[in-house]
Ligand binder design. Structure first.
Ligand code: PEP
Ligand code: MG
Length: 846
C-alpha cells in the first residue's frame, strides 16, 4: 500500500518569489508543465531543492530535473528562452544519473550574460510529478538559497505518469523531422506530453533506439532531441489512430514553438471585404435561409477565487464532474445521429482527462475555490491548444471550453438560461458550442453565423447533421448587428446580407426551391442512361472506397465503379490485411456490381503523404514528389503481388479492370504487367483482366501516345494532374483557389491524352474531382472523354447534366476553351454555356 511522507523543498536560488501566474510565458503560467514557484534570482548557482537522482540534464545546461526516492520529480528551468543560448553562460556541476544531496550546487550561470542575451532571468522550480504542496512561510517574498521553501506530501510510489497498461497492436506514425531549433526542450516537450495525455492510448516517442513515455515531460526531455532529429510516435489503445494523427501533426507544427516549416506557416486570411450590408465568411454547412438576428452572448458567471475548506471544494468538483458526465451520457444516448453521439462521447472523454483534474485539484489544495480551479485548468489548456497552430487541437480547445463551461455551471449551481427564441431565428455568436448547437430548437432556428469556428469544427459538423445552413469566420462586426435585424444567410456563398432587399430574398428562395426540385428530379431519373440529346452515350461510374459506397452507387444509378481507391483496405491499421480478407473485400464489391458492370480497382496509392503503418518508409522532404503509388509498389513487389492475387480472386464476378496510379515511365507499366501475368498464370486464369493506368503526372499525359498501345484504358486523375502541372500542393490552404483543374494547361493535357487513346482505340475516363462538377461535364464531353467516375452522391446530377447536353455544342465549347488563358476565363465561358443551354432546353421543352 502507498504511504505518504512529508518532504521539504529548499529554495534553489536566492531571489524574489513571484506567483507563477505572472510569468510571461504561457507554458509556465498555465501550469501545463507543473505547478511550482518562480524566483527572480539574485544568486548565480542553482542548488538542489531535494535529494535525488539527476533524471535529466539538458545538453544546453539551462534546465534539469531531479527525481527523489519517493518518485517526486522537480524540474528547474533557469531563465526564459535560455535554450537558445546553446549552453553559453551555463556551467554544469553535475551529470545526468548522478545522485545529489539537498542543497548541492547543480549549475552555475552568468547572470550578466543571461540578462543581456535571453528574454528573462526568471527561474522556475516546478513539481512535475504533480504532488500538492504549500509554502512553508505564507506571504514570503524574498528567499535565500537553501532555505526550506515548500512542504509537500510525497507518496512512496510517486505520482508520475502511470505506467501504461493498454495492450494491442502498436500504431506508428511516419518519421517526423523535428522542426524545433533546439529539439523537444521543456516547452515543446510539455506541450507534447499535455496533448498526449488527452488520449487514453499508451503513447511512446521514439528516437533511434531510445523511447520515452509520451505522457511524461521529463522522459521526453531525457531523449535529448535536437533539430532535424527523426522521431516517431507509437500508440496502443482504442484511440491510437487519432492520437497518432494529432501528435504527429503537433510535432510537425513545432509543439507550440514558432518554427519555419510549411506546416506552421499561418494561413493569411484576407481581410473580409466589408460593406454596410454584406458580411463574408466561409461556408460551414450549405444552404440558405432568411430570418431575424438573435445575438447569443456568453452567460456571465461570477467566480470567487478563494475558499476555506479544500476538502469541500474537492467534493464539489467531483459532484459537478459526475453530473456533467451523466448529462453528456444522456445527450449522447438521445442524439439524433451518430455524429452528435460521437461528439458528446468525446466530451465525456475530455472530462476523464487526468491532467485536467490534477491541475484543478492542485489549485484547490493551494486554497482556490473549485470553480476558480476548474476554470483556470480548462481555460489554460484550451488557450494552449488554440495557440499551437494545429487545427485539430484548436477544435479540441473549443470542445474543452464547452465542457469546462458545463462543469463550471454545475459547480456554481447556475441553470442554463432558456433561450426565448422568436420564429425564424438566425443565431449570431462569437462561437457556438457543440452543446448549444445540439440543443437548438430547429423549428425556430433557421441557421447560424459565427465569428469563430471552421468548416471542419464540430459545430459545423453538427450544423450539417441538423441540416441547418451555417457560416463561420465572419468579421467581429457581426456581433454588433442589432437583434431583430432581418438577414439573409447565404451559406453556399459564405455571405450574410443585412436588411436585404425583397428582390434578393425572392431570388434566394427561388434558387433554393429550384435546387431542391432539381435534386428530387435527378434522383428519380437516376437509373436512366447518360445519353446526350444527340444520342452520344457516356458512362457515369462511381469513385468508391468501400462496399457500402458501392451499394449506394448502384442504387443511385452508377453504371459501375470507375475508381476503387484500394488504400482504404490497407490504411488506418497496424498490420497488413490477410490475403483472405483482401480477396473477400474485392469479391464482395465485385458481387455488388455484377458481371455487367465495370470494376476498376486502383492498386495501392500509398507512400509519401499517405503512409502505411506496417511498411516502414523514410520520411521525405517532398512526399508528393517521392515514393508514391506504383513507385513504392515496384520497390516492394511483394506488396503489389499480394494485392494483385487478392484482386484476381474477384475475376469474373464483375468486369474487372486493374489500374496503376502515379505512372511516369513505360518501364513501370511493363514491370507491373509482367507481374500481373505471372500471378494470373499461377492462379490458372485463362483471361487477364484489363490493365490501365492513371494519367495524373504530366509526363504520362505527354507520352500518352506511347502508353496507349500498351494499355487497355486511361483514367485521368485531375487532382494530381492539376497539382503537378501547376506546381501547387493540392492541399495548400492558400493556393486552394488557384490550384484549379479548369486551368487551360490541364485541359490541354486532357485533350491530348484523349486524342492519343482514341487513335489506338482505347477509352479514357476522368476520375479526378473535375468529373464531379456539373460545370465541367459539357467540356469533358466535348474533349471526347468516354467515362466520368464521380463521387457517389453526385451520380444523379452528373447523369442529368449529360442528358441535357448536345455533343456538337460541347465540342465547339471545348475547342474555344482550349485557347483561353486562365482558369477564370474558362469558368466564365462554361457559365455562359450553362446559361445558354438552360434557355435552349426550356425552349425545346416548350
Ligand atoms: C486524382 O489524383 O485525381 C485521383 C483521382 O487520385 P487521388 O485523388 O486518389 O490521388
Ligand atoms: Mg491521384
Amino acid at each position: 500500500m502507498a504511504t505518504t511522507q512529508q518532504l521539504q523543498l529548499l529554495a534553489p536560488l536566492s531571489g524574489v518569489l513571484m506567483p507563477l501566474d505572472q510569468v510571461p510565458d504561457p507554458v509556465f503560467s498555465s501550469r501545463v508543465i507543473g505547478d511550482g514557484v518562480c524566483i527572480d534570482p539574485t544568486s548565480q548557482t542553482l542548488c538542489a531543492p531535494l535529494a535525488g537522482v539527476i533524471s535529466n540534464l539538458q545538453h544546453s545546461g539551462h534546465a534539469l530535473s531531479i527525481t527523489s526516492e519517493h518518485g517526486v520529480q522537480v524540474l528547474m528551468h533557469i531563465g526564459l528562452d535560455t535554450v537558445n543560448l546553446a549552453g553559453q553562460g551555463f556551467t554544469r556541476r553535475v551529470e545526468e544519473g548522478q545522485q545529489v544531496e539537498a542543497g548541492q550546487p547543480l549549475i552555475e550561470f552568468d547572470a550578466d550574460y543571461l540578462a543581456l542575451n535571453a528574454r528573462s532571468l526568471l527561474t522556475l522550480m516546478l513539481v512535475v510529478s504533480g504532488e500538492p504542496f504549500s509554502l512553508l512561510t505564507p506571504g514570503l517574498i524574498a528567499v535565500e538559497a537553501g532555505q526550506p521553501l515548500l512542504r509537500l506530501d510525497a507518496c512512496e510510489q510517486g505520482a508520475d505518469v502511470a505506467e501504461q497498461t493498454e495492450s494491442g497492436p502498436a500504431v506508428f506514425s511516419r518519421p517526423v523531422s523535428l522542426p524545433n531549433p533546439n529539439g523537444l526542450h521543456a516547452r515543446p516537450a510539455a506541450v507534447f506530453a499535455q496533448a498526449a495525455k488527452a488520449f487514453g492510448a499508451s503513447i511512446y516517442l521514439h528516437k533511434q533506439q531510445s523511447s520515452a513515455n509520451g505522457k511524461s515531460l521529463v522522459a521526453i526531455m531525457a531523449l535529448q532531441t535536437a533539430y532535424d532529429d527523426k522521431v516517431q510516435v507509437s500508440a496502443v489503445g482504442a484511440d491510437a489512430e487519432a492520437a497518432i494523427a494529432v501528435l504527429s501533426e503537433l510535432l510537425l507544427a513545432g509543439c507550440g514553438e514558432a518554427v519555419s516549416t510549411v506546416f506552421a506557416a499561418p494561413a493569411s486570411t484576407p481581410l473580409a471585404p466589408l460593406s454596410q450590408t454584406l458580411l463574408r465568411g466561409v461556408c460551414a454547412s450549405a444552404g440558405s435561409a432568411f430570418g431575424q438576428v438573435v445575438q447569443v452572448a456568453e452567460q456571465h458567471l461570477d467566480i470567487i477565487e478563494t475558499a476555506t475548506d479544500p476538502r469541500r471544494e474537492q467534493a464539489t468538483l467531483q459532484r459537478a464532474l459526475g453530473e456533467a458526465t451523466q448529462a453528456l451520457q444522456s445527450l449522447g444516448e438521445n442524439a439524433s445521429g451518430q455524429v452528435q453521439a460521437e461528439i458528446f462521447k468525446a466530451h465525456q472523454e475530455l472530462l476523464e482527462d487526468p491532467s485536467l483534474l490534477e491541475q484543478a485539484q492542485a489549485l484547490i489544495e493551494t486554497g482556490k475555490s473549485a470553480a476558480f480551479a476548474w476554470n483556470s485548468a480548462t481555460r489554460a489548456t484550451a488557450e494552449l491548444f488554440t495557440r499551437l497552430g494545429s487545427s485539430l487541437l484548436a477544435e479540441r480547445a473549443l470542445d474543452l471550453a464547452d465542457v469546462g463551461q458545463r462543469v463550471l455551471k454545475l459547480i456554481l449551481g447556475v441553470e442554463d438560461r432558456d433561450w426565448v427564441l422568436p420564429e425564424q431565428a438566425i443565431l449570431i455568436a462569437e462561437q457556438l458550442t457543440p452543446s448549444q448547437t445540439a440543443g437548438l430548437d430547429t423549428r425556430k432556428v433557421l441557421g447560424f453565423a459565427t465569428v469563430g469556428g471552421g468548416a471542419t469544427s464540430h459545430v459545423a459538423i453538427l450544423a450539417r447533421a441538423l441540416g441547418l445552413p451555417a457560416i463561420c469566420g465572419l468579421p467581429e462586426q457581426v456581433l454588433a448587428v442589432p437583434a431583430g435585424t432581418r438577414v439573409l444567410l447565404d451559406a453556399d456563398q459564405g455571405e450574410l446580407h443585412l436588411d436585404p432587399e425583397l428582390a434578393a430574398i425572392e431570388r434566394l428562395q427561388a434558387r433554393r426551391q429550384q435546387q431542391q426540385q432539381r435534386h428530387q428530379q435527378d434522383v428519380q431519373q437516376a437509373t436512366l442512361a447518360a445519353v446526350t440529346r444527340d444520342g452520344h452515350h457516356i458512362e457515369v461510374t462511381a469513385n468508391v472506397a468501400s462496399l457500402a459506397e458501392t451499394e449506394q452507387a448502384v442504387s443511385l444509378g452508377g453504371e459501375g465503379v470507375g475508381l476503387l481507391r484500394s488504400e482504404f483496405l490497407y490504411q488506418q491499421r497496424s498490420v497488413a490485411p490477410s490475403h483472405e480478407e483482401q480477396a473477400a473485400t474485392y469479391s464482395a464489391i465485385a458481387n455488388a456490381l455484377g458481371p455487367q458492370r465495370n470494376l476498376v480497382v486502383r492498386t495501392l496509392d500509398v507512400g509519401g503523404d499517405k503512409p502505411l503503418a506496417y511498411v516502414p518508409m523514410d520520411s521525405e522532404a517532398n512526399p508528393f514528389l517521392g515514393m508514391r503509388g506504383i513507385r513504392l509498389c515496384l520497390e516492394r513487389p511483394q506488396l503489389l503481388r499480394e494485392q494483385l492475387r487478392a484482386i484476381l480472386a474477384s475475376a469474373g464476378l464483375a468486369r474487372l479492370h486493374i489500374m496503376l496510379p502515379m505512372v511516369t515511365q513505360l518501364s513501370e507499366l511493363r514491370l507491373a504487367r509482367h507481374m500481373l501475368e505471372e500471378e494470373a498464370r499461377a492462379l490458372g486464369l485463362q483471361a487477364l483482366p484489363k490493365l490501365g493506368i492513371m494519367i495524373e503526372v504530366p509526363a504520362a499525359a505527354l507520352l500518352a501516345d506511347r502508353f496507349a498501345p500498351e494499355v487497355d484504358f486511361f483514367s485521368i486523375g485531375t487532382n494530381d494532374l492539376t497539382q503537378y502541372t501547376l506546381a501547387m500542393d493540392r492541399d495548400h490552404p492558400r493556393l486552394a483557389s488557384q490550384a484549379d483543374s479548369f486551368h487551360p494547361a490541364v485541359l490541354r493535357l486532357i485533350a491530348s491524352t484523349v486524342q492519343a487513346a482514341h487513335a489506338h482505340g482505347k477509352w479514357v475516363g476522368v476520375c479526378g474531382a473535375l468529373a464531379s462538377e456539373t460545370l465541367a461535364v459539357p467540356l469533358l464531353l466535348g474533349l471526347g472523354v468516354d467515362e466520368l467516375s464521380v463521387s457517389v452522391p453526385l451520380i444523379p446530377a452528373i447523369k442529368a447534366t449529360v442528358r441535357e447536353a448536345l455533343l456538337q455544342d460541347c465540342q465547339a465549347l471545348a475547342e474555344q476553351v482550349l485557347n483561353l488563358e486562365s482558369a477564370e476565363q474558362v469558368r466564365e465561358a462554361l457559365h455562359r454555356h450553362q446559361a445558354l443551354a438552360a434557355v435552349t432546353s426550356l425552349v425545346v421543352e416548350n
